[in-house]
Design a protein around this ligand. Structure first.
Ligand SMILES: Cc1cc2nc3c(=O)[nH]c(=O)nc-3n(C[C@H](O)[C@H](O)[C@H](O)COP(=O)(O)OP(=O)(O)OC[C@H]3O[C@@H](n4cnc5c(N)ncnc54)[C@H](O)[C@@H]3O)c2cc1C
Ligand SMILES: NC(=O)c1ccc[n+]([C@@H]2O[C@H](COP(=O)([O-])OP(=O)(O)OC[C@H]3O[C@@H](n4cnc5c(N)ncnc54)[C@H](O)[C@@H]3O)[C@@H](O)[C@H]2O)c1
Length: 441
């Protein structure tokens, strides 16, 4: 085994989080290597956020499948990472291609070569969960990566899971003409979010012809001469040409050699990090950011954690605050959630005060000729503060940002209730619920 260079820091995994940390360290003058086994840039630009948002927009615009594919692939850089690698080189980051595995503190092996490091930053992301269903391995199966990178448009598609991935891709494939069914084990879509949000989305998907099978799961799968058949636990069956597993993702923590640093790894669970994104372990100098931490699995959360880790690595103490990280499903209508959800409040024993407003009552809805949607705001009466919100409505990802700021800044409700919104906007919809909450507290 050859022994190579000693780096001030090695960043393991070159996705959103890894790129940001590596670039920041190099710009600060550190000698840094980024270890990446697949594509520098990770999931988001090539297989996740960018291609899915591109297809959703093409669907909304009524483009043809061919146009949508051309646009998707161009935005995803045709899944080539030369520009990203060139950017790394410009910033002074050494890119080490290959699978990295930590040998002990200070040494990592990358495809047979050993490199030394001072600090280690683990940014290995997450991987899709394939439900343990009898026969599923024998049928044509996609994960979101294939669904967002191959050119096929299946005639009949069954999606396992009605979370953000399942809902976004159900809308995409239904819009372009696939016959889509979604099997969701819990009783509703977007289980983690406010119930009304899942209902608004279910209505939108049903109107597009999506067959929603809620409160049931797939028990068995079998390949047929043409396509496949799924048997559901409620006794139903579904025939399809392809199955898409959208049943969640798990932090990628195995096979990285982290146990050699004394880090307690539990398969399926994130690497534990403290508020500075440091991994508490005997070895010291180990950090983690992004999906691998299991804290908040979005690109903006990965960037936030990467910035926190970077700051601390450079000696400027910074603590992460996760109270107002938005969770967005970019369907039409958008589902936007931030802060505490009603389900989390129940788990935490918080008795939320809720005030809501239907978007149909705004002039903007009349202008848009689209009356779908609602906003709900949640306050914690014991603290007298806004702690969460959910909205389902056109472009809610844009006009709900002020609520994220209000939660993060702990802005008094009396002040929020005095904010004036432009007319006619969807943003006006938060005024009445804010006044109501301010009056009740
Ligand atoms: C279909 C889909 C749509 C999404 N849409 C959105 C969205 O619209 N907005 C949003 O905010 N989030 C979205 N997300 C979530 C978002 O993609 C992730 O939160 C984000 O990519 C996480 O970034 P990361 O840096 O933690 O991991 P990744 O981007 O996954 O990067 C990890 C990298 O580590 C590499 N790696 C792993 N192990 C090793 C190893 N041993 N050696 C070398 N390299 C290794 C991998 O190859 C990978 O490149 C979506 C996810 C999916 C699946
Ligand atoms: N716009 C975004 O920000 C965006 C978009 C897509 C994904 N993501 C991220 O990607 C992650 C993964 O998303 P996801 O939707 O795959 O996961 P998820 O965990 O959010 O949802 C998975 C759903 O599948 C259901 N399920 C699990 N096993 C099942 C089975 N055997 N049969 C039927 N249903 C089953 C679960 O009940 C759950 O509702 C999320 O954490 C999310 O943050 C973000």
């Amino acid at each position: 085994m050859s022994h190579n260079h000693h780096y001030d820091a090695v960043v393991l995994g070159g996705g959103t989080a890894g790129e940001l940390v590596a670039t920041g360290l190099a710009r600060a003058g550190r000698d840094v290597a980024l270890v990446e086994s697949r594509l520098v840039g990770g999931e988001s630009p090539y297989f996740a956020c960018v291609p899915s948002k591109s297809l959703l927009l093409s669907a909304r615009r009524g483009e043809s499948w061919e146009m949508a594919l051309a646009r998707r692939d161009a935005l995803a850089g045709n899944r080539g990472d030369d520009p990203a690698v060139a950017r790394m080189a410009e910033d002074g980051v050494t890119v080490l291609r290959g699978r990295g595995q930590v040998l002990d503190h200070g040494r990592i092996e990358v495809d047979g070569a050993v490199h030394g490091f001072g600090d280690l930053v683990v940014c290995t992301g997450s991987e899709p969960v394939i439900p343990p269903v009898e026969g599923l391995a024998d049928v044509p199966l996609w994960t979101s990566s294939e669904a967002l990178s191959v050119p096929d448009l299946p005639r009949r598609l069954v999606i396992l899971g009605g979370g953000p991935v399942g809902c976004e891709l159900a809308q995409v494939y239904a819009a372009f003409g696939s016959q889509v069914a979604v099997v969701e084990a819990s009783g509703r879509l977007l289980t983690a979010e406010a119930p009304f949000a899942g209902e608004v989305l279910a209505d939108a998907l049903r109107r597009m012809g999506v067959d929603l099978r809620l409160g049931t799961a797939v028990a068995d799968a079998e390949r047929k001469d043409v396509g496949l058949r799924l048997w559901l636990t409620d006794g139903g069956t579904l025939d399809a040409d392809r199955v898409l597993a959208a049943a969640g993702r798990r932090p990628r923590v195995e096979g990285l050699g982290l146990e050699n640093l004394g880090i307690d790894i539990t398969p399926g669970q994130g690497i534990p990090v403290d508020e500075t994104c440091r991994v508490p372990c005997g070895a010291g100098g180990v950090w983690a950011a992004g999906d691998v931490t299991g804290v908040a699995r979005t690109t903006h959360a990965a960037r936030y954690q990467a910035q926190v880790a970077l700051s601390n690595l450079l000696g400027h103490r910074r603590e992460a605050d996760y109270r107002a990280i938005p969770r967005v499903v970019y369907t039409t209508p958008t589902v936007y959630s931030v802060g505490i959800s009603p389900r989390q409040a129940e788990e935490l024993g918080i008795d939320l005060l809720t005030a809501g407003y239907d978007l149909a009552a705004t002039a903007r809805s009349a202008v848009e000729a689209d009356e779908r949607g609602r906003v709900e705001l949640y306050a914690d009466p014991t603290r007298g503060l806004l702690v969460g919100a959910a909205a389902a409505g056109l472009h809610a990802e844009e006009w709900m940002s002020e609520i994220a700021l209000a939660i993060r800044a702990e802005t008094p409700l009396s002040l929020l209730a005095d904010v004036v919104h432009a007319f006619p906007t969807h943003g006006e919809s938060v005024e009445a619920p804010l006044r109501e909450l301010a009056g009740r507290l």
